[in-house]
Ligand binder design. Structure first.
Ligand SMILES: NC(=O)c1ccc[n+]([C@@H]2O[C@H](COP(=O)([O-])OP(=O)(O)OC[C@H]3O[C@@H](n4cnc5c(N)ncnc54)[C@H](O)[C@@H]3O)[C@@H](O)[C@H]2O)c1
Ligand SMILES: [Zn+2]
Length: 400
């Protein structure tokens, strides 16, 4: 039997008002992922890569695999063999990659690949295989697509394996600025196979060494000594070899980098010692002709910063010159013609904006430690440039 209810009177229909009309949201998102060194990653018998991207041999899977074209040319066959073995039907997105491709448009190419494939949101982990440009780009695209889909990083350059590939930052360049659009978006995992480094050219290896020198100067004096001891033996094969002195250098650098990144993943703290070498270098990366690689620009910035640190007495002259020598012996530049006082001041002003109104300039002092400066004066920059010119002139006199 139907019951007919009498309509509510207007007084009864009125809900009690909540005063004040305000709600507080308090939530946090845990981040869990592992960074692993894994030799022989593409050997079919090695289950790690398949497991990390959620594949098993029992159930056929689909994955979008985004690969740097140069990496695909070198390792494409091994990659295809690997995924076939693990019954992972890969959709390949092979990209031409260099810094000029690190754009929103290229991130959208990856988004379109996800869309074409009909990627499932939670368990069809995207696999990113390449250098820092590729992993930054794929990470960025994955953070955008459906507000975030999981991705695995397989960095294949030294820069990627000790720095770009192991944190949670993603990004693309925009409006003439490095990484101006980006996100903090943790990967599902990071697998580092130093074997990839066997095919990297010396210039790109040295590019990664710049970031290791950075860690040594501001954080780890022992790493500095290890670099001094290995500097004559940094050929691609030596980086790729398991168990050698460079494997120890690499582990130490990753360990130091993660120790700094983990407590400050979202960069709430803007005084970051890992920003050493990254205050003036973004301007240099954009203005230098011929173009400098990221690590090369960092090296020039570090050399200038050594001048600033010795000028203030944070480092002894001896330490400053030893550090300059190490940078040079690693095949990295210490000066660049476009690095004049006007550009340096412009770069510092940009850094102040990026660091929320303060210089927060990390400088080494003493060796293996970091101090932050907020009162750098233009004449100190001029003195540091002069210090470098003097060093250059004295080394040229000695070698003449
Ligand atoms: N997200 C971060 O926290 C972070 C940190 C540091 C640097 N970065 C970014 O990383 C980028 C630089 O990365 P990169 O130095 O790896 O450059 P990259 O990605 O351009 O790679 C360098 C070159 O090496 C080739 N290559 C890659 N792997 C190879 C291999 N195994 N053998 C032979 N060739 C190979 C590439 O095709 C490319 O030509 C910059 O855009 C920088 O902003 C990001
Ligand atoms: Zn860097």
């Amino acid at each position: 039997m139907n019951t007919i209810t009498a309509p509510l009177s207007s007084a009864e229909a009125t809900l009690p008002a909540r005063r004040p009309a305000a709600w507080h949201v308090d939530a946090s998102q845990p981040v869990h992922f592992s960074v692993r060194i894994a030799h022989g990653l593409l050997e079919p018998a090695n289950p790690l890569l398949a497991q990390q991207c959620g594949g098993t041999r029992h159930t056929p899977q689909r994955r979008l695999v985004v690969v740097d074209r140069n990496v695909d040319a070198l390792y494409g066959e091994a990659l295809r063999r690997y995924f076939d073995h693990w019954r992972i039907q890969a959709t390949w997105q092979v990209l031409d990659i260099d810094e000029s491709h690190k754009t929103l448009e290229h991130a959208l190419v990856i988004v379109q690949a996800m869309e074409r494939m009909g990627l499932l949101r939670r368990h069809e982990t995207v696999v990113a295989i390449g250098g820092g440009v590729l992993t930054d780009l794929v990470g960025f695209a994955c953070s955008l697509y459906r507000r975030g889909v999981p991705y695995l990083r397989v960095p294949t350059t030294l820069m990627g394996q000790i720095d770009a590939g192991i944190g949670i930052k993603t990004g693309v360049n925009q409006g003439g600025h490095k990484n101006r659009l980006g996100s903090y978006f943790a990967p599902a995992g990071v697998l580092i196979d130093p074997g990839f480094l066997a095919s990297l050219d010396q210039r790109h290896l040295n590019n990664g060494v710049a970031e290791i020198i950075k860690m040594a100067l501001i954080d780890d004096e022992q790493l500095f000594h290890a670099l001094e001891n290995t500097v004559g033996h940094m050929a691609p094969g030596a980086w790729a070899a398991p168990g050698g002195p460079l494997a120890a250098v690499m582990e130490r650098a990753i360990n130091g980098m993660l120790a700094h990144l983990i407590p400050n993943l979202w960069e709430q703290e803007l005084s970051r010692s890992v920003d050493f070498g990254h205050t003036f270098s973004p301007a240099l990366e954009l203005h230098a002709k011929p173009v400098l690689l990221h690590g090369e620009a960092v090296a020039v910035d570090m050399a200038l910063s050594l001048g600033l640190a010795t000028g203030r007495g944070y480092l002894s002259q001896d330490e400053g010159v030893r550090a300059l020598r190490l940078i040079e012996r690693c095949g990295l530049p210490i000066q660049n013609p476009v690095f004049n006082l006007a550009l340096l001041q412009q770069a510092l002003a940009q850094a102040v904006q990026h660091r929320d109104g303060q210089q927060r300039l990390p400088l080494p002092g003493p060796l293996g430690h970091c101090v932050f400066v907020n009162d750098l004066r233009p004449e100190e920059l001029a003195n540091a440039l002069a210090w470098l010119t003097h060093y250059r002139a004295s080394t040229e006199r000695l070698s003449a």
